[in-house]
Ligand binder design. Structure first.
Ligand code: GRF
Length: 191
């Protein structure tokens, strides 16, 4: 998994994969780009190997993504999940894996509110509902095939914090089963 921030989706997925009925999916590695981020601390606590690949140490997005790709390939990773990965990713990473092997979770009902400020944008737009989407990653940002969505109602009392909490709750429910379904599919097709 790739994460830049708090890592709550990372933790939800780790816990899901550790259930006794989930046999084919294991979170093998967390890559973070921000030293000291919450995801890093969660990985320590959960006993999941993690590595910092800091984008500030690279001259371009492509070089950063090439370093990430090398690490993932070395670990023989089949499925890459971006959960709060606040970086635009390039063809270096996308083209290194078969189509559909990179997933992202985004805090809106795509195609509405793409980009890094999806929750703020939904509040600003005054819509009555938003939500979250799990989608395959393609070169265009937040644009790949949508695999699952969940709706969240916005009330007058909601602010960024409360809405974000409601969206996170739904994200933790929809992301893990989709990852499992993808893992099953990979296991069937590639053994
Ligand atoms: C989530 O809302 C996700 O949709 C977005 O970034 C947030 C990450 O949250 N891409 P967390 O780090 O998993 O808690």
């Amino acid at each position: 998994m790739l994460a830049s921030g708090s890592g709550s989706n990372f933790e939800a997925l780790v816990n899901y994969c550790r259930r006794k009925d989930v046999l084919v999916a294991t979170v093998c590695l967390l890559i973070v780009n921000n030293p000291g981020c919450g995801a890093e601390a969660r990985a320590e606590r959960l006993g999941i190997p993690w590595i910092l690949i800091n984008h500030r140490d690279f001259d371009s997005r492509e070089l950063h993504d090439a370093a990430i790709t090398n690490t993932l390939k070395k670990e023989d990773i089949d499925l890459v999940v971006l959960a709060g990965w606040m970086r635009i990713i390039t063809s270096e990473l996308i083209n290194a894996f078969p189509k559909g092997s990179l997933l992202n979770i985004h805090p809106s009902l795509l195609p509405a509110f793409k980009g890094g400020a999806a929750i703020a944008d939904a509040l600003l737009a005054g819509v009555v509902k938003t939500g979250c989407s799990v989608h395959e990653v393609v070169l265009d940002v937040d644009a790949g095939p949508i695999l699952a969505q969940a709706e969240v109602l916005i009330t007058k009392a909601d602010d960024h914090e409360s809405l974000s909490a409601k969206i996170h709750q739904q994200e933790h429910l929809i992301l893990p089963p989709i990852v499992l379904a993808k893992a099953r599919h990979l296991a069937q097709n590639y053994g």
